[in-house]
Design a protein around this ligand. Sequence first.
Ligand SMILES: Cc1cc2nc3c(=O)[nH]c(=O)nc-3n(C[C@H](O)[C@H](O)[C@H](O)COP(=O)(O)O)c2cc1C
Length: 291
Amino acid sequence: MEIHLAPLENVSCWAFRKLCKGASDSYTGMLSLTNLVKRNNAWEKVDTFPIEGQKQWIQIATSKETECFAFLKKLEEEIKKYPEKDNIYGIQLNVSCPSPYLIKIGQGAALLKRPTKVGNLVKELLKQEKYKVGVKLRLGLNETEVKQRIILNLFKELEKITKDNSNFTNVTIHLKHAKESSSTDYNYSILNELVSYNLPLIINGGIKTFEDIKRLIESIAPENRKNIKGVMLGRAAMKNPDCFSEINRNFEGTPFVHRNKEEIKKEFNELCKQHMPQEIFLKTIEEKTEI
Ligand SMILES: Cc1cc2nc3c(=O)[nH]c(=O)nc-3n(C[C@H](O)[C@H](O)[C@H](O)COP(=O)(O)O)c2cc1C
């Protein structure tokens, strides 16, 4: 079972990701492809320095195939210029961001009702063989889209892509629509249907502990459990970066060395000395996490 650290804008810098020991996968926060293609300084947020045992993903936002093409070209140049960043495992397309600005320009959760477009963007990103490709989805843009079950059309489209290309490795589903606040309860009701598609799923939303994962798996029909590739945790990691090690200890009996708050803070500061995050990360981590 993979345990992913969620993409967390202005939080999941290299130092934070490395602090989250035991996470199998981690992501940069969402990066605008328009910025990455047009502005050289936007690449500072691509801080994929080595992290042992963690697969690192870049998360991107776009609605244009031409931008995907230009981005892949620039990524190659960037890696040549900074070979120490050559630790990228995959590229994840954001089809979930609820930001009104992003939705207005047709990106993030606005793409959920456009399966052909999402399929084309994914196919464009798959026109290289070095990086895996994944997507992060929500259940819909709003309640109406959830009731219309638009997500199922997108699942059908993505299922075709998985059949043809093994580099399309996962679909993360955040079990909320884009108008729901972070405090509303999660909607797990559609999960049994989602897992019946032949898609490797990463389930996200409200998961904090091993017991949560166990309950989640037990709620799914045994014959469909094979499609659950992993889970993703965001806010639990902001509270306690050791949550991954704790989960692994329960799953696999791997040894776990508990760090108290002071030890975590000290380790974070040491990591920042190795690769200093931008000021906005330090400020957001101070304000929004318990580190
Ligand atoms: C501070 C913060 C920043 C986030 N930034 C992103 C982001 O850049 N891209 C993204 O797809 N989701 C982002 N999310 C959503 C998380 O990735 C995740 O889907 C959400 O928090 C639900 O998971 P959780 O219940 O484990 O926290 C963010 C969430 C938080 C709290």
